[in-house]
Design a binder for this molecule. Structure first.
Ligand code: SER
Length: 324
C-alpha cells in the first residue's frame, strides 16, 4: 500500500470539483488536515468554516509555498484552472493560470519533497482527429483549444516530473462533470448542469449546443471516487501517471432533456448553438478507459438515468429550502 497522505492542500477549492473534493477529503482525512485554497474568498461558508482556508493565487509561487510550509502539507490536489470556453476568450490568462500555476505547484512539491500531486487533465486534450467513439488512451493529441493545449502540456510536464525528479504526480482526463453543489464556470460541458437548474427554476432551457451533440460526462460522486481512488492507488501498479482516460456516461443534449422530462413533463428545451459548439464538436463522444480499469480498478457507477434521478432529487430539495 502507498504511503498515506496526511496533510492536503486543495487549490481551486471553491470551484465545481474543488468544493466537493475538499468536503470529501475532510471527511476522510480530518477537517484540520485539508487546507482549502482559492483566489476567490467568501464563496461558501461550508468551505471557509469547515476547515482551514487560505487565499492562494496559483500564479504566485510564494503563496503556494507559504501554505505548504504553514500547514506542513505533503499532498496537493491542484484543481485551479481556466476551462475551455473562458480560455478561448482569454487565451493568455488560460496559459498563465494553467501552465504557470501547474509549474509552480510542481516546483514547490519538488523542492519540499512532497509525497504526491494530483494534476487533473481533461477530454479537451483530444481534437478533431481523435477517433471519437471511443477515444483511445494514446492517440496523437492535437487539440484546437488553448485549454486543450495547456492540458496536453500539463500531462507531459507531470510525466516529466515523475521521470526526471521522481515526484509522484497523478491525473485523469475528466469528462464533463455534472453536480448539484457548486455550478461549473467557463466550460463547454456546463450546459449539462445548467439545464437541471433552469428546468426546475423556469421550466425552460436554451441550450448552447445542438440537440445531437454527444459528449463524455460523469456524475460528481464518480468524479470524487476516481480522484481519491487514483491518489490512494498502489503506485507500483501504475504504468500511466498523469493522463488516464476516464469514462462515465455519454448522451446527447437532446437525450438529457428527454430524461429530465420524465421527471418534469412540462419542461421545454430549445437548442441555439453558440461558439461553444465548435469546441464541443472537436471533442470525442465516448472514452476508452481500460488503462484506468486495469491499473487501479476504476469503474463508474452512474448512468444517465441514475444521475438524473439524483440531480433532480437533490436540486428539488435545495429549491424547497430556497437555496437553489
Ligand atoms: N468541463 C470542461 C470544459 O468544458 C472539460 O474539461 O471545459
Amino acid at each position: 500500500m502507498p504511503e498515506r497522505m496526511q496533510r492536503i492542500l486543495v487549490t481551486g477549492a471553491a470551484g465545481q470539483i474543488g468544493s466537493e473534493l475538499t468536503a470529501a477529503l475532510r471527511e476522510r482525512y480530518g477537517a484540520q488536515n485539508v487546507v482549502a485554497a482559492d483566489i476567490r474568498e467568501n464563496r461558501s461558508a461550508k468551505l471557509m468554516e469547515g476547515g482551514p482556508f487560505e487565499h492562494v493565487d496559483v500564479t504566485q509561487r510564494e503563496q503556494i509555498e507559504a501554505a505548504v510550509i504553514e500547514y506542513r502539507v505533503d499532498t496537493i490536489f491542484h484543481m485551479a484552472a481556466i476551462l475551455s470556453a473562458v480560455g478561448e476568450e482569454k487565451p493568455q490568462l488560460a496559459w498563465r493560470v494553467n501552465m504557470t500555476g501547474l509549474l509552480n505547484v510542481l516546483e514547490v512539491a519538488r523542492e519540499h519533497n512532497l509525497l504526491r500531486v494530483f494534476s487533473p487533465s481533461s477530454i479537451a486534450v483530444f481534437g478533431p482527429e481523435t477517433p471519437p467513439d471511443p477515444a483511445p488512451q494514446a492517440p496523437p493529441l492535437r487539440p484546437t483549444t488553448i485549454y486543450g493545449v495547456t492540458k496536453v502540456a500539463g500531462e507531459l510536464l507531470g510525466e516529466y516530473y515523475v521521470h526526471r525528479f521522481g515526484l509522484d504526480v497523478r491525473g485523469v482526463r475528466y469528462p464533463g462533470i455534472i453536480s448539484s453543489e457548486t455550478l461549473p464556470g467557463g466550460g463547454t460541458t456546463d450546459y449539462a448542469v445548467e439545464i437541471f437548474y433552469k428546468a426546475l427554476q423556469e421550466g425552460h432551457y436554451t441550450c448552447f449546443v445542438r440537440e445531437d451533440t454527444v459528449l463524455p460526462m460523469m456524475y460528481m460522486p464518480d468524479c470524487i471516487k476516481a480522484t481519491m481512488d487514483l491518489m490512494e492507488a498502489d503506485g507500483t501498479r501504475l504504468t500511466h501517471h498523469c493522463d488516464f482516460n476516464l469514462a462515465g456516461m455519454s448522451f446527447s443534449a437532446g437525450e438529457l432533456a428527454e430524461e429530465i422530462r420524465k421527471h418534469l413533463p412540462d419542461f421545454t428545451c430549445e437548442f441555439k448553438p453558440d461558439k461553444r459548439q465548435d469546441i464541443a464538436d472537436s471533442w470525442p463522444h465516448s472514452i476508452d478507459d481500460s488503462a484506468a480499469r486495469e491499473e487501479w480498478d476504476w469503474r463508474a457507477s452512474y448512468d444517465l438515468r441514475s444521475m438524473t434521478d439524483d440531480m433532480i432529487s437533490r436540486l428539488s430539495k435545495k429549491l424547497e429550502r430556497g437555496k437553489l
